[in-house]
Design a protein. Structure first.
Length: 259
């Protein structure tokens, strides 16, 4: 890729990312669920399962234990929104017009990919503020950065998955499929309990689930007990998700207009 092509890709991707973000104002129904769901998880889960804090979960506050789960779930919805936005653009003919223009094809996924990360920053901030209102003190600068980075990374990974689905189905009616895989990944990890308290098939699946390491590091960031080993495990897990889902999205992009 030449320097001019790269510069044009970055420019067009930035405009598409901004377009995806301002759609929140024009179509709030697309964004509101991604904001309400993590808040619901934070409030309902911490209230319903607060008694679990009596067992060793790393903290005496189940609200603190739930916070990373809520931020990761919000990030997942931000990624799903990227796929839904792309699917709408395909249905509405915007993608066809963009393909016929000199705009680099890579910008079709790079724009929503960037917007997903930016949306996750907003939802994470809202969740952190809600937890602060619930009398949960902030985890400190490094811990806060760790939580934000994990959420943004997961948003980008799930954006790749959702866009891959959109590029194949080419209809917003594929949204349930986008959501299904994200839900399975999150709910079969350590969303509700640490691995030491899991048994049977759930423990086996959780051990192999990349989201487990992401959530575990987010929790150590919240508890201010971060370690280099936990960080590298989380980075490796993010790399796996990005490699698999990124390849899925790019292959779908390469087939766009050829079928």
């Amino acid at each position: 890729m030449s320097a001019s092509t790269f510069s044009r890709t970055v420019s067009v991707s930035g405009m598409l990312a901004w377009r995806a973000l301002i759609l929140v104002r024009r179509m709030p129904a697309v964004f509101i669920p991604s904001l309400v769901m993590p808040l619901f998880i934070l409030v309902a889960t911490s209230g319903a399962f607060h008694g679990i804090s009596a067992v060793p979960i790393g903290t005496s506050s189940y609200l603190a234990f739930t916070l990373p789960f809520a931020t990761i779930m919000g990030a997942g919805f931000a990624g799903i929104n990227a796929g839904m936005t792309l699917a709408r653009d395909i249905e509405g003919g915007f993608v066809d017009r963009l393909i016929s223009s000199p705009a680099p094809r890579m910008s079709l996924v790079a724009g929503p990919f960037t917007a997903a990360a930016m949306r996750s920053l907003f939802t994470t901030t809202v969740v952190m503020l809600a937890a602060w209102i619930g009398q949960l003190p902030p985890p400190g600068l490094l811990g806060t950065i760790g939580i934000y980075v994990m959420a943004a990374s997961f948003a980008m990974a799930t954006a790749c998955w959702s866009m891959g689905v959109a590029l194949r189905a080419r209809t917003v009616q594929a949204a349930p499929m986008m959501q299904l895989v994200v839900f399975i990944l999150v709910f079969t990890s350590v969303a509700y309990a640490p691995r030491d308290l899991q048994t049977g098939w759930l423990r086996t699946v959780s051990d192999w689930n990349p989201v487990t390491r992401i959530l575990e590091f987010s929790r150590t960031a919240e508890f201010q007990t971060m370690t280099w080993a936990g960080l590298w495990a989380a980075i490796a897990s993010i790399a796996v998700l990005m490699a698999v889902f990124g390849s899925f999205a790019l292959y779908g992009l390469s087939r766009l207009g050829n079928d």
